[in-house]
Design a protein around this ligand. Structure first.
Ligand code: C2O
Ligand code: CU
Length: 428
């Protein structure tokens, strides 16, 4: 809806009931429906506003994950929406085309709110950017793929307890866009999948079951500099990737998740490191429409490390960042507007964590002193932290100075976030 030149979206967070498993009704939460939420879509340069209404029985928030925006619009724990209340953030889209998402972020309850079904995609377009031959017909050859794991009890309800697992709840059932056993009909030679790991704790390693290579074209914050041919893409909670898959007429391709390499963790099996799932069946029509050739190179970008004026170190251990848990009334870092910083982040535990920073897209400069692999060569807002490795990240803080409203940095394993593995920074 366009109102006076502003693109206005409405999101009602509500309770519902959905048939997640065949023939069984499961109590769920959703935006504008029973489960998950609509895909929001806006273009670079556009003014947007979202009318969020909370029809849930408890306080929630809605955060725009990956979005560059003023901190008061960010939807973190400092923008609570009480039950029955509304909130109307507004900002201007000012970043490259990308696959972002939105989800609740209430302090201490994010895991459960997301797990019950509150999540949706937020796609950004850049009308000024070339098309690069990328499939772009939404629902036809450009497909959102929200992947989540669930565990059901005997009555069909969602098990919401992590059952003692250090990293949170690992489900035994994969839902893709909320559907079990999901199938996508394909009518074109190439299909672009916008993969979102919307799980609370599980890391996936996406692949096609026959091992074919796909073109990884984009990560969290937009296109890579060039497509990267690979046969698998690991995504930890909150991360996104866009892949282009070549199809054969009349023959299916199954998107699966292989057992992910979680790095040097103790007991990988306890954290999903041995699990394998079917995620989405791509069912090709007997004859396929021709697709454009994907370009060999996209635009280049890059933050120059000579511009960095400050380095900060963050040690992640247990539920703490540098020995402290999140406190709502404590600002942990103050950053000067317009500066570039290098953050050195290390997971000191023998189990998975990851690292998400609000407002910015960072770049991975190195991992243990080595250049990052191609799949980590683009703009990122969330990165998996293999144990005991030093991730050097570079980022610029621009446009939005605010003395009062902080942004968050945290582990996106949502149980960890809820338990305090989060810190706050001001940009002033
Ligand atoms: Cu996707 Cu601070 O969150
Ligand atoms: Cu963690």
């Amino acid at each position: 809806r366009l109102v006076d030149g502003v693109r206005v979206f409405s999101l009602d967070a509500q309770e519902g009931s959905a048939e997640l498993l065949p023939g069984i009704q499961t109590p769920t939460w959703g935006f504008n429906g029973d489960h998950l939420g609509p895909t929001l879509r806006a273009a670079r340069g556009e003014a947007v506003a979202v009318e969020v209404t909370n029809r849930l029985p408890e306080t929630t928030t809605v955060h725009w994950h990956g979005m560059h925006l003023p901190p008061a619009m960010d939807g973190g724990p400092h923008q609570p929406i009480q039950a029955g209340a509304s909130w109307r953030p507004a900002w201007t889209i000012d970043q490259p085309a990308a696959t972002l998402w939105y989800h609740p972020h209430p302090h201490g309850a994010t895991e459960k709110h997301v797990y019950r079904g509150l999540a949706g995609m937020f796609i950004l377009d850049d009308p000024a950017a070339p098309a690069f031959g990328l499939p772009d017909r939404y629902g036809v050859d450009d497909i959102p793929v929200i992947v989540q794991d669930k565990r059901f009890d005997a009555d069909g309800g969602l098990v919401q307890d992590s059952q003692g697992n250090e990293i949170g709840l690992l489900g035994d059932t994969i839902l893709t866009n909320g559907a079990f056993g999901a199938v996508q009909e394909v009518t074109t030679e190439r299909v672009r999948l916008r993969l979102l790991n919307g799980s609370t704790a599980r890391t996936y390693d996406f692949a096609i079951d026959d091992g074919r290579e796909v073109a990884l074209v984009a990560t969290d914050g937009g296109l890579l500099e060039a497509p990267h041919r690979t046969d698998h893409v690991r995504l930890s909670p909150g991360e996104r990737a866009e892949i282009v898959v070549d199809m054969e007429p009349g023959s299916d391709a199954m998107l699966i998740s292989r057992p992910p390499d979680l790095g040097d963790v103790l007991l990988p099996g306890a954290y999903g490191g041995q699990d394998e799932f079917e995620v989405l069946r791509l069912r090709a029509a007997p004859a396929l429409q021709a697709s454009a050739q994907v370009a060999d190179a996209f635009d280049s970008f890059g933050i120059d490390s000579f511009d960095a004026t400050r380095t900060r170190a963050f040690e992640v251990q247990n539920r703490e960042i540098n020995g402290r848990r999140m406190a709502m009334d404590r600002i942990d870092e103050v950053i000067e507007l317009g500066t570039t910083e290098i953050w050195e982040v290390t997971n000191r535990d023998g189990f998975p964590h990851n690292w998400h920073v609000h407002d910015v897209q960072f770049e991975v400069l190195s991992i243990d002193g080595e250049p990052p692999p191609p799949e980590l060569g683009g703009r990122k807002d969330t990165v998996y932290l293999e144990p005991r490795r030093l991730y050097r990240l570079i980022m610029r803080f621009e446009d939005y100075a605010d003395e009062r409203h902080p942004y968050m940095m945290h582990c996106h394993l949502l149980l960890h976030e809820d338990q305090g593995l989060m810190a706050q920074f001001l940009v002033t």
